[in-house]
Design a protein around this ligand. Sequence first.
Ligand SMILES: NC(=O)C1=CN([C@@H]2O[C@H](COP(=O)(O)OP(=O)(O)OC[C@H]3O[C@@H](n4cnc5c(N)ncnc54)[C@H](O)[C@@H]3O)[C@@H](O)[C@H]2O)C=CC1
Ligand SMILES: O=C([O-])C1=[NH+]CCC1
Length: 316
Amino acid sequence: MSGPPAFLGADVVEKYLGYSTLIPSLEKALVNYSRGKEGGIVQPIRTIVPVAKYRGFLGVMPAYSAVDDALTTKVVTFYETKTSSDIPSHQATVLLFEPSNGTLKAVIDGKVITDKRTAAVSAIATKLLKPSPAEVLCILGSGAQAHSHYEAFTQQFSFKEVRIWSRTRENAEKLAKAVEGNVRVCSTAREAVTDADVIITATMSTEPVLCGDWVKPGAHINALGACRPDWRELDDDLMKTCVLYVDTREASQKESGDIVQSGASIFGEIGEILNGTISAFPDKTTVFKSVGMAIEDTVAAKLVYDSWISKREDKN
Ligand SMILES: NC(=O)C1=CN([C@@H]2O[C@H](COP(=O)(O)OP(=O)(O)OC[C@H]3O[C@@H](n4cnc5c(N)ncnc54)[C@H](O)[C@@H]3O)[C@@H](O)[C@H]2O)C=CC1
Ligand SMILES: O=C([O-])C1=[NH+]CCC1
């Protein structure tokens, strides 16, 4: 008889999930995902249940990786409008199962996993697609993803200048104060974007916040918001003139409003660049549009669980 599942809270995830181990593990998962059946990843498109009365959504995101022998499902909720400042717009839990017999091994906080794995995947895309030199980073948005992206990007790259714009200037200032390092808070999105080499859009906007004609030719954009078919972050001009990469062709064609509504064609998946089947074009204006993949949560949850278990065994 197995015991009850372990409960690993946000503090444990924070402690055991670092970008230096997360990034290489996610690179392998992206490669395996883009290899199709041969890669051994099973990841159906997530199920989304709209909670229309409250402008919210519940998503169920299961995945199995044969290479990692890891089986999880994430349950994530996201709400367009916050009802209270201490309830995040996105909340999540990852259930980790023993693949050989289906036993639930752990219930793991999924909020920190979601924030960090999304930023890690954007950093992977940026390594492949950023222009050289890349001196100015611009972040549009000041929420949880803006924060995790700031941390991942300042750890992984050496930008000379970081700019933040948010709809409410006070929130951008709060984020600038909360992080280590110098940040320029901008009054308009256009001001923040002008001449930036790498741009991150991390908003809950349903309308474009980034216009193609503000973007420096050759810049790289990570667009991670607008994960509903009727939400937008980027305008048609940018979508149609960029070289467009995605995390998953299958889901982004269904879920990304920027893709669905602009009719832009997808050049390929980040995993396809990593496995050498398509090219990266760092000299062109590139967009990495992510909607988020369950397999990223699987890999992250396994890293956290394995590190936690091995530390616990060391103590015994
Ligand atoms: N691609 C992926 O893998 C993932 C994407 N996401 C998406 O990333 C985005 C950001 O998520 P969080 O940082 O967790 O949310 P958050 O609620 O912590 O922050 C949202 C930010 O968007 C801003 N915002 C809201 N409405 C806006 C508007 N109309 N115009 C401009 N800014 C606006 C808010 O002021 C805030 O700065 C969301 O769209 C979320 O669904 C979240 C998780 C994973
Ligand atoms: O991948 C993810 O967890 C999500 N993508 C959009 C909302 C939550």
